[in-house]
Design a protein. Sequence first.
Length: 75
Amino acid sequence: MSEKRVVAIIVEGPTDEFADQYEGNLEGFLKFISDKSVAVPGTYKATWRFIEKNHHSLQRHTNMHLIFQDHKELS
C-alpha cells in the first residue's frame, strides 16, 4: 500500500494575504519555508518523524524546504 502525505502550511491570518504576499515572489516564499521558525532541520525521514509526533504538524512546522535544497538556482 502506498503512503500518502499531505503538505500544508498553517498561516495565521487570511490566506488571501498570504497568497498575495508570495504570488510571483519565489525568493520570498523560499525564505519563508526555510525560516527556522517553521522549517524542521534534518533528513526527509527525520523531519517527518518530528512533524508527525505530538501536535507539531499543527504548529506551523514543515519540511517543504527540502524540496528546494538541491535546486540552489531557484533561490
